[in-house]
Structure formats: C-alpha cells, structure tokens
Design a protein. Structure first.
Length: 383
C-alpha cells in the first residue's frame, strides 16, 4: 500500500494524524491503514446534528459508539468534538433558505467548506495534529510542483465534486488515505482488520436527514404551499405539494399518470408557485448548450490558464465528465459552453471543472449555476 502523507519529513511515528471518524467503514479503514504504517493516529468524531430518530435513538451517539469500537480495536485514542451550532448557522440555515426560495441545494458541499475543512481542520491542528485525514474518495497529489485535488481512482466513488471549494493551502494539511483505492478493496481491508464497521451499509442521502421521509422532515422547518403542475402551454395537469420539493429532470414522486410517456419536471415558476412538467425523458425543454455560474471557487487561485479554456465539467455528482469550454470570466460570472447538449441544468447546483495534467484528473474548482442557456424547446419556438 502506498505511503499516505505528502512531502513527509518526520519519521512516521512522530507524525500525528487526526482521522475524522464518522462511524462508517471508510473513515474506519483510514485509521487502520495509517496505524499500520506507523503514524501516531488519533480518532476524532464530529457531532454536527442533535436529534433523535422516530425510535428515540440519537443517531450521533450510535455512530460514536461505532467509532469507539474501531478505535479500541486499533488501540488508538479517540475524542468527540461538537459543531452543532456552527453547522446550524453556516450549513443548515443556508439549506433552508435555498429551499424556501424554491431551489434544491446540496448541503454536502457547504459542509465540507464550512465544517470539515474549516472548523474541524482548525480544531485538529489546534490539538497538535500534523495532518487531518478523512475517508473521502479523492487524492492529494503533487503535480507540476503544486499540490492538486485529484479524482479518486474508483470512478464510481470519486467525491471531488463535493470538495471543489477546498483551497490549495489546506491540501498541505489534509490527507485522503483511501482515495487511491476501489471501494471493494476498502471493504476487504475492513475485513482484514476485523473492524466493527466492516459490514455497515454506506450512508445515503443528506447527512442530517438520513433515511427518513424528506417531505416530512422539511415540513418541520418550512411552510410550503401547494400549487399547480402545468404544461408548457399553461394547461393545469395536477397539483404539487410545494415547488421546493421538485427539481429539474425529476420523474419520481410527481403523482401524475395517464396514458403516454412519463411526466418530468422541465421548469419552475417560483413567483407563481408553479412546477412545469412535460412528457418524455428527452423532451427538448430539458436540454441546453450553455450556462452561466457565479460564486466561483478555484482550488488553486493562481492556476494559470488562458481563455477560452477547453476542459471537462459535471453539473451534477453522478454525471460523467462532459467536454466543455470556459468562454469567459467576467468578475464573478463564468460562461460555459458544452460540446454536447446538457440535460436538466439546475439553478443553484454546482458545476465542477476538471483538466488532465500528467495523466492526473485534476479538479480545478467550480461555481454555482446562476443561469441556464436557452433550451432546445425555446430555440425551436423562437422564444
């Protein structure tokens, strides 16, 4: 197994690494492989959310119990730190504000920026750590003499999309011990080390919601008003339970039937509280060829490139990289065109950029989508 720590100077046993442990298999394996390599490893659990589930069980306490089991198995010290207030102020409030405005935000990106690699990293360094390690599937590699955020080697698990706000200087203090591994090997290592989390399912969904009903959860915090589903011609075809619950390209959960192809969300009119739908997965109203984005965040702010820049991008996490061109950057507004039409470009979702250097898939950074180009439907209708 490769050596983990970048630019290592101290002997392993003198290098202290605090591992951000969630109670899952990935962070558990991080601690195990670092301990096996001889580093001074400390487990640290981060409590961000304080709430009991429907059975009266505090999920944070349950996860921390698993952290304790793993750390005691590995014979490493462990601690718990609490950032409940910081999480609610800097992540959850933003999440609610975005939903109330009719958007569908991704709080994982904000959590990484504001919590894991800000207050949590600061706490680790304050406690004397040389590095913070996390179980993210990505890599921290020296390319052209600079530290770069690089895709994980398992294409199905790569998490750089959620980490594009990571700043270059922070990469000097962060390591990703399993970023070069496929998930199957991580599971095998969990078996090898006989960790308590070896058979634990991967967590899915938004961290503070878990597997609960999303609408029920959100309704506790936001009063959403039912409204109409309308076709592009204005015909009312049904009633929705709140525009914020729906996102562009969505099929499931609409409750619309009838003969013909399935219905898909193709737009939202927030002012009228209308969700616009049409039949067909490939309806022309779902496709456009360009977009504009703001709130730009570059991993390496001084990365030198000329415009227009041909690169690749994702407009959602599970999407394959798409060939594109950054046409212009005007202040905090970036204009991007695509080689192939993009489906379901969604406002306030992130676009994340990639480029290949020395065979490494480098994450350049990203931005928040602020405007989609004309859809194929609009062009056909000369709107």
């Amino acid at each position: 197994m490769q050596n983990i720590v970048p630019n290592q100077i101290k002997p392993n046993e003198e290098t202290t690494i605090i591992v951000g442990m969630s109670g899952g298999v990935d962070s558990s394996v991080c601690a195990a492989v670092l301990k096996e390599q001889g580093y001074n490893v400390i487990g640290m659990f981060m409590k961000n959310w304080e709430e009991e589930d429907e059975n009266g069980v505090c999920m944070a306490s349950k996860e921390y119990d698993d952290v304790i089991k793993v750390c005691e198995k590995l014979d490493i010290p462990y601690y718990s730190v609490e950032f409940v207030k910081e999480y609610k102020d800097n992540v959850f409030k933003h999440f609610l504000d975005e939903y109330a405005a009719g958007f569908t935000p991704n709080p994982d990106i904000l959590c990484n920026r504001e919590i894991k690699f800000k207050v949590f990293l600061d706490k680790a360094l304050e406690l004397g750590a040389d590095y913070l390690a996390t179980g993210h599937y990505c890599q921290n590699i020296l390319v052209d003499g600079k530290r770069r955020l690089v895709k994980g080697n398992d294409p199905g698990k790569d998490q750089t999309y959620f980490l594009y706000t990571m700043q270059e200087q922070k990469l000097d203090k962060v390591v990703f011990p399993i970023g070069h591994l496929p998930k199957s090997e991580v599971r095998s290592l969990a078996e090898k080390f006989d960790l308590a989390t070896k058979n634990k399912k991967d967590s899915t969904g938004i961290c503070f919601i878990g597997e609960r009903n999303f609408k029920n959860f959100l309704s506790q915090y936001i009063q959403l008003t039912p409204g109409n589903f309308e076709g592009l011609d204005g015909t009312v075809v049904g009633e929705h339970s709140g525009a914020a619950y729906y996102t562009i390209g969505q099929r499931k959960g609409l409750g619309l039937g009838g003969p013909g192809e399935p219905w898909f969300v193709v737009g939202k009119d927030i002012e009228r509280n209308v969700v616009i739908v049409e039949r067909g997965e490939n309806h022309p109203a779902l496709f456009c060829d360009e977009l504009w984005a703001n709130e730009i965040s570059w991993v390496a702010p001084n990365f030198d490139f000329e415009l227009p820049l041909k690169c690749r991008a994702k407009v959602r996490y599970r999407q394959k990289d798409q060939e594109c061109t950054i046409e212009s950057i005007d202040g905090d507004l970036i204009h991007v065109t695509f080689k192939e039409s993009q489906r379901a470009v969604t406002l306030r979702q992130s676009i994340v950029f990639y480029i290949t250097i020395d065979e490494q898939n480098i994450c350049l950074g990203g931005a928040m989508i602020s405007k989609a180009g004309q859809t194929h439907y609009e062009k056909q209708a000369n709107l």
